[in-house]
Ligand binder design. Structure first.
Ligand SMILES: CC(=O)SCCNC(=O)CCNC(=O)[C@H](O)C(C)(C)COP(=O)(O)OP(=O)(O)OC[C@H]1O[C@@H](n2cnc3c(N)ncnc32)[C@H](O)[C@@H]1OP(=O)(O)O
Ligand SMILES: CC(C)C(=O)C(=O)O
Length: 551
């Protein structure tokens, strides 16, 4: 890799820049360019029907400005524009936008496509960078300015013919980020000399990073420079249109907003040429996550993903911000523990604040089930969360710890993620109502006074039926004493906890029993029954079986 073939991008001389201390306090004007810049980058551009459906979908998300295509590019593009206009399919509060090169026959065809439109943005562009002036056009700055101004003149002439009040003018010095800033100002001013925008009748200056070539701070400097130096500033809306060649299309847009941009062009999930456009959903959701109304509705993100994947044939990667299927999921133990604790606490707060979950998944239409998923990187907090949330089991902390080691072993050995159902089955298999080699057949309790009990039980031990008797200061201790006699093991209850099980038609209880082994080991077992005493007795039997198994 010979890096010396490449040159560093020049910095902008703007020592008194102000954008770093600004905040984005409100949503910009959004313009979706999915149907134009996104569409032109697809292996197979959308057909008419697809474009119609996608347009309506963009409207449903709240876009008020939508670049619907490049009408002079193809019959489909032209017919789509006509279908929207003739079919009266454009809501009153939505403005369509169309793109045209600065070439007479293309501009003329564009206006033909727009005939009858209630309102439309006519977006004129030509490339202005030093490289494109040299390589593509073979023209100097003066000739390129004339190309732009001539195009603008024809646009204005045709607009006047069709009714100027119906049109909003937009101009893009395409490849702006490769253009000398003073020249960018010059050419934009020349185009605006033609359009003569005013505060009452604004025009749009769109400053694209057609190819992203610098860090986003430099783009922000460029936008601030333009913001300060363009003539007729009151009559302009400064718009940005970033691409993602260096992976910072979203950041560049955000810093540009700090630097004075008022309008953002972008696409859903950043589909677009090469590495894509600015992901408009990402910028909007970043605002949302800062408490700013994004004025776009992504509350049904799974539908947005589905629409995008079906119509564009593209995939939303699982780690895509706000939308990927893994972005609200933690596999790792410490994240899971913090999320579980945060989810318990957030109920008492009037704002969202959960570690590792910058937004509430429910706000974008995702459920809570996949927040925590279990594999060999997971810890006790995660499995406790799943057993609590999905199965109503509230394991004592020490049992969580012990079960987590079991889960880790199984998941590491099988090298796979454990589904909630598998986790529950493993828990049942390991701890609940264990009856081998020791099984409770029946028991009877006799009270020998206020703090003295006797229990007589029929047990099966290694396949043989055996009657046992024990006494103690309560039923449980009497039963433990009876089992000590039978098994020859010390059966000492260290802790037990019980709770009702929400699941199932009949109300049942579960009891978790912790036995202390003679060498400091601990053995857990759990018993379930509709009778709370029985569930405790079964819990003891399960724990003794664990102790016997430990041999
Ligand atoms: C950064 C962007 O995304 S810009 C938008 C790009 N999108 C598209 O190009 C999609 C739609 N485009 C098309 O269908 C076709 O390119 C058309 C119909 C617009 C034009 O097609 P064609 O005339 O066959 O040729 P082509 O696109 O190759 O045009 C290149 C010519 O246009 C000139 N040109 C390119 N862009 C512009 C412009 N914005 N304004 C004026 N002239 C331009 C070139 O200098 C070149 O001129 P030359 O023939 O004298 O060398
Ligand atoms: C036409 C312009 C705005 C464009 O698509 C780009 O520069 O990327």
């Amino acid at each position: 890799m010979n890096h010396q073939r490449y040159r560093p991008y020049p910095a902008v001389d703007l020592p008194d820049r102000t954008w770093p201390s600004q905040r984005i306090k409100e949503a910009p004007i959004w313009c979706s360019v999915d149907l134009r810049d996104g569409n032109q980058a697809l292996e197979t551009p959308m057909d008419l029907e697809q474009k119609l459906d996608f347009f309506q979908f963009l409207v449903s998300l709240g876009f008020k400005q939508i670049e619907i295509g490049f009408p002079a590019a193809s019959e489909t593009e032209f017919a789509f524009t006509r279908a929207l206009i003739e079919g009266n399919l454009i809501p009153d509060d939505v403005i369509i936008q169309v793109l045209t090169q600065s070439r007479p026959h293309i501009i003329t065809r564009t206006f033909e496509a727009l005939e009858g439109a209630r309102k439309a943005i006519v977006h004129l562009y030509n490339s202005t960078s030093a490289l494109q002036r040299e390589v593509v056009f073979g023209k100097d700055k003066g000739a390129i300015t004339a190309l732009a101004a001539d195009g603008a003149k024809l646009v204005r002439e045709l607009a006047e013919k069709y009714g100027e009040e119906r049109f909003i003018y937009e101009y893009s010095p395409e490849s702006f980020t490769g253009t000398e800033l003073d020249y960018a100002v010059e050419i934009c001013n020349a185009v605006m000399d033609v359009y003569q925008p005013t505060a009452d009748r604004k025009a749009i200056i769109n400053l694209p990073s057609t190819v992203e070539m610098s860090t986003p701070n430099i783009y922000a400097d460029q936008i601030e420079y333009m913001n300060r130096n363009l003539s007729r500033r009151d009559g302009l809306i400064i718009s940005v249109h970033t691409h993602n060649d260096q992976g910072t299309g979203v950041a560049a847009t955000e810093l540009a907003l700090l630097a004075g941009a008022e309008r953002v062009e972008g696409t859903l999930f950043g589909n677009g040429e090469r590495t894509g456009n600015c992901d408009i959903m990402n910028v909007a959701m970043n605002l949302f996550a800062q408490g700013v109304d994004p004025k776009l509705d992504f509350s049904r993100m799974p539908d947005v993903v589905n629409m995008y994947e079906r119509y564009l044939g593209m995939r939303v990667p699982p780690r895509h911000p706000y939308a990927g299927k893994l972005v609200f999921t933690a596999f790792s133990g410490s994240h899971q523990d913090a999320i579980r604790k945060g989810m318990m606490k957030v109920k008492d707060k009037d704002y969202w604040e959960v570690p590792y979950l910058p937004i509430d998944p429910a706000d974008v239409g995702y459920g809570y089930e996949p927040i925590i998923r279990i594999n060999s990187q997971s810890g006790k907090g995660g499995l406790a969360y799943i057993l609590e949330q999905q199965f109503g089991l509230h394991l004592p902390k020490a049992l969580q710890q012990q079960f987590s080691e079991v889960v880790k072993r199984v998941s590491d050995r099988d090298h796979h993620e454990m589904q909630p159902g598998e986790l529950y089955e493993l828990f049942e298999k390991e701890y609940v109502d264990l009856h081998v080699p020791l099984r409770l057949i029946s028991y009877q309790e006799a009270s020998l006074g206020t703090d003295h009990a006797q229990v007589m039980a029929k047990m099966e031990f290694h396949g043989r039926e055996v009657p046992v008797t024990g006494e103690g200061n309560g039923l449980m201790s009497a039963f433990c004493n009876a089992l000590e006699g039978l098994t020859g093991k010390k059966v000492e209850i260290k802790d037990y906890q019980e709770h009702a099980l929400a699941q199932g038609s009949r109300s049942r209880a579960i009891t978790y029993v912790e036995l202390a082994g003679s060498q400091g080991e601990i053995y857990f077992g759990a018993g379930t029954s509709s009778n709370i005493t029985k569930s405790s007795i079964r819990g003891v039997v399960s724990a003794v079986n664990k102790m016997l198994e430990d041999r």
